[in-house]
Design a protein around this ligand. Sequence first.
Ligand code: SAH
Length: 336
Amino acid sequence: MDLEELKREMQEAGEKAFRAKQLYEWMHQKLARDFDEMSNIPKALREKCRENYSFTALEPVRIQESATDGTKKFLFRLADGNMVESVWMKYKHGNSVCISSQVGCRMGCRFCASTLDGLVRPLLPSEMLDQVYAVTLLTKERVSHVVVMGMGEPLDNYNHLLQFIRLLTDENGLHISQRNVTVSTCGLIPQMRRLAEEELQITLALSLHAANDKKRRELMPIAKKYRLDELMDASAYYFERTGRRITFEYSLIGGVNDSQTDAGELAELVRGLNCHINLIPVNPVKERDFAPTSPQKAAAFKNKLEKNGINVTIRREMGRDIDGACGQLRRRELHR
Ligand code: SAH
């Protein structure tokens, strides 16, 4: 519930409205883990809350820390026993948390570990928020950036995602800047357009991974439903409505999508769009036989895009030694 909803809830329960503000502060600013911590709330009200509401507090099952770059990966257990992953990354510009939006995923991307067992269920707004809260508490450091790039397809869980973003960026809560929130999608066009109309200041990242429909369909089943030209239109619309430059994600897979021809096609595809391209050497997943591109080929790919006047970066790989890529850690734990 946002603060207004909580105020109404308290009034209906016969409580004073200011109690809502106190509860909200405990949950979203002081990051309490239980009603018991809420020392300025009368004991009777704490009891009443305990009887009527459940308090979302994810339980850390496993924490892995990278020996090379300080990246930490968290495996959390939800109240129903399901598990999700979150990743904490330290950058010069601040601390970033990558969160999951669903348990599993039904999009079926061929290189991705999150989707191997399909979708179990979407996450609640509280379960997305608590990944950020729990990581803040466990690292004892302030989170400045949140990326929804963990397990799941966020736009396949649209309403919960929106409520999550509202609470995360609310000035009465952690108050993370909308500009520091990124949502990544495999390209669900109706939801991309709907998101554009919310006129939020968040960044939308689109997973491309191929510059023509034939190749993209081989990597991403969703490409059978939506074509690239339609995706480019939806991306342009997002920029038009929000003024926010789109990020395109392109995972370089050795011998699959990393040739100079691929780079040329990609440059052609995004011509005229206000965008940024993020190249990510694919993270090998045990169950999939994709290999990353060589550093030389990645550099040549980047050069070709730059020559075409495109903003492009090769994403620094982080956390490879700790099952950094989507869904790898949860999968390993499930098999154990
Ligand atoms: N469902 C959303 C967000 C989750 S994945 C989406 O598809 O965008 C975040 C990014 O990681 C996506 O671009 C996804 O395609 C990519 N990804 C998934 N598995 C990967 C792997 N093994 N190596 C490199 N990138 C991967």
